[in-house]
Design a protein around this ligand. Sequence first.
Ligand code: AMP
Length: 207
Amino acid sequence: MNLILLGPPGSGKGTQAGILSTRTGWNDLGTGDLLRRLVREGNEKALLAKSYMEKGELVPDTLMVELLFAESGDLGDGLILDGFPRTLNQADTLTQRMRARNLTLDAVLLIDVSDQEVERRLLQRSACSTCGKIFNQKLVVCPACGAQIETRTDDNAETIRKRLQVYHQQTDPLVTYYQQQGLLRRICGEGTIDEISRRIRQALGIA
Ligand code: AMP
């Protein structure tokens, strides 16, 4: 099965993609995580993306697509795309790439969370800049790798508002795009992680 997780920043796409991937063995491809890892590794192209990320803007489509496909190789079956596509251009590119490889997109799950809840969640989370793990509370030391925790540079009130504005302007149109293809399923993204996980499995018809 190949699917896309769509939703605003802080809607829990990364967390849910990780849980689903562990359960099913499908490959979790999160573009935010991918970009942050490449920046940490000093990848030259990713360093071009860094300034957009810090401002809460989208990385330009051409650069994003180049980084994604250079890193992930070609798309294979059993894929959870988390954070890609985020523009109509990216969605068209994905459709073409999948078609060329005879891959089918089975579902697009929209994780619905209000802007107010997004702001609340993002202001209280911590991200480890060493191992990349994200935690839903303010921490000083990373429980996963022991490194000192720094707040993500884009998790501040001003950048969060910008990211939400960008989401509504550039990513919202994908809802209609995938609705018209009969692929969109809405998931209420508020509640516990387990509740949301269960809703996702129900929507996909898996145990
Ligand atoms: P995320 O961790 O998913 O919130 O992504 C963090 C940042 O990475 C975003 O604010 C964008 O700057 C960039 N990014 C991630 N995915 C994409 C994408 N598909 N297209 C453009 N920029 C992206």
